[in-house]
Design a protein around this ligand. Structure first.
Ligand code: BG6
Length: 512
């Protein structure tokens, strides 16, 4: 089969170049995200020559490291978390640019000391005073750290240097708290200094949705209510809450996955074509789509939202405990580990086309995918031949794993009688492009170093996501579930989620 290069379609839309010289300051440097994702991602950027020649990384946390012991700690862990074998010389270069500063995030002295340390690093590494602050801390510190950065004069952009802040999720717990956090950070920073990260947007297949829809002529004309019956978006995990019971108890599946990751998938699927690939043009269209999602009334929440919690069961044929028996979880916990919603989008393109979304832990298969289910053919030509119900065409965009796109259609099964079968035309990413080892954070870090916010959430997008979710949270809080746990580990979740579609004669796609 011809490769992409042979077909000469490998045109580059945007030329990638290394980030600006800068120091990346990671708050929460001894946490999980730093060692699992951020350090391996920066290493990958160095390996692929996307780190600027002049850079430094400064870890900040409450722990008592020195530069030396921090370097040793990360050197001991890197091979465990790197996405491929670590090159010793390259790692040595990286380590010589690693620094540490310890203290309490609430203490102004930390920030005064940090300012002095950053000045010293700029001299030592010849970095020009550009600082990327990465807030990889517990969410209660986000506002505080930004305020302290402002008070210490670290957020001010003067002369030629920039100051940018990446804020991890969760950005708020509901609409009010997200608005309050937006107000707080925007009292210190301009919107173009704030990079609200959603790691789903670092996934190639999520970014590809824009190219797939707007880089091809044949899909957009049928991408609307005339041809599409409904849309399904699934983000299913086989893992349980693992060691994160403490966090999950304060969050639950809805807050953890829906206002951020799932809303990104909804907006990529439903948005109008942007005027250009300019960051604001793209984000404007995504925000418009999110604002067009109907906010459910309490009565509608009862019929359009389903929650679940996993019971004991199996994962990969191994017995696994119920959520209530996981570490750091309340034995009577009412927290949901599964959520499904029926969303309606009030605009011309999507009126009457439901978007069903579902996400959960300890489900049967790990799969994130978007299914576009088209309307059936208008006339059943083959009834006389005994073919009563033709399956509808279905386009499946597989985000992970097994990244790719497939189109399902009907074909005649060979033989003397008219028998119709469903077949798939299948594109697999790895087949055409191979696989590049990545943590998923590389593109996002590079974009921030370059100053391109396209793949980050703007204030109005975050708030629009919470606007949709908050009424569901309110109803769920007012009416505690009576049937938890209500699905076995290793299954596809509570049966009520099937009813959500079945009452309209629809079914969740069999994720095979
Ligand atoms: C995180 C959630 O944001 O996304 C986790 O907090 C979830 O609970 C994870 O497991 C899923 O990400 P991915 O990239 O594995 O699909």
């Amino acid at each position: 089969m011809a490769t992409v290069e042979e077909q000469e379609v490998g045109q580059q839309l945007v030329t990638a170049h290394p980030g600006d010289p800068c120091t990346i300051v990671i708050f929460g440097a001894s946490g999980d995200l730093t060692k699992r994702k951020l350090i391996p991602a920066i290493y990958n950027l160095l390996r692929t020559k996307f780190m600027p020649e002049r850079f430094a990384v400064l870890g900040v946390s409450i722990d008592n490291f020195t530069d030396e012991s921090f370097r040793e700690q990360l050197s001991g862990e890197v091979s465990q978390y790197a996405t491929e074998k670590v090159d010793r010389d390259l790692w040595k270069t990286f380590v010589s640019r690693l620094y540490y500063f310890g203290g309490n995030f609430q203490d102004p002295e930390l920030f005064a000391g940090l300012k002095a340390k950053l000045g010293a690093i700029d001299k030592e590494q010849d970095t020009p005073g550009n600082y990327l602050f990465y807030l990889a801390t517990a969410p209660q510190f986000f506002g505080e750290i930004v305020r302290q950065l402002g008070d210490a004069g670290l957020s001010r952009q003067e002369g030629n240097h920039w100051r940018r802040v990446i804020i991890e999720k969760p950005f708020g717990r509901d609409l009010d708290s997200a608005q309050a956090l937006n107000r707080e950070v925007k009292s210190v920073l301009a919107e173009n200094q704030i990079y609200r990260i959603d790691h789903y947007l670092g996934k190639e297949t999520v970014q590809n949705m824009l190219v797939f829809r707007f880089g091809n002529g044949i899909f957009e004309p049928i991408w609307n209510r005339r041809y599409i019956d409904h849309v399904q978006i699934t983000a299913a995990e086989t893992v349980g809450v693992e060691e994160r019971g403490g966090y999950y108890e304060t969050s639950g599946a809805l807050r953890d996955m829906v206002p951020n990751h799932m809303m990104q998938l909804v907006s990529m699927t439903g948005m109008e074509p942007p005027l250009s690939f300019d960051s604001e043009a793209v984000r404007d269209e995504k925000a418009k789509l999110l604002h067009a999602i109907q906010v459910a009334s309490p009565e509608e929440v009862l019929t359009r939202a389903v929650r679940g919690q996993y019971d004991a069961g199996t994962e990969d044929n191994h017995p696994v405990p119920a959520y209530r028996h996981e570490p750091h979880v309340n034995p009577d916990s009412q927290v949901e580990t599964y959520a499904a919603l029926e969303l309606h989008i009030d605009n011309w393109r999507w009126a009457g086309v439901p978007f069903y979304i579902r996400t959960g832990k300890r489900l049967q298969k790990r799969a994130t995918e978007i299914t576009i289910q088209f309307k059936r053919a208008p006339k059943l030509l083959f009834q006389e031949a005994g073919v009563e119900r033709m399956t509808a065409n279905m386009l499946v965009v597989r985000i992970q794993p097994d990244e790719g796109i497939s189109l399902r259609f009907s074909a005649k099964v060979p033989g003397p009688s008219v028998k119709i079968g469903s077949v798939d035309m299948n594109f697999q990413y790895s087949h055409y492009f191979g696989t590049a080892p990545s943590t998923g954070y590389e593109t996002l870090l590079l974009d921030c170093m370059i100053g391109d916010p396209t793949l980050f959430q703007r204030d109005d997008m975050v708030e629009a996501g919470w606007r949709v979710i908050t009424p569901v949270l309110d109803v769920w809080k007012a009416l505690p579930p009576r049937d938890f746990p209500n699905y076995r580990s290793g299954t596809w979740g509570p049966k009520e989620a099937d009813h959500l579609l079945e009452r309209e004669g629809r079914y969740w796609r069999d994720v095979d």
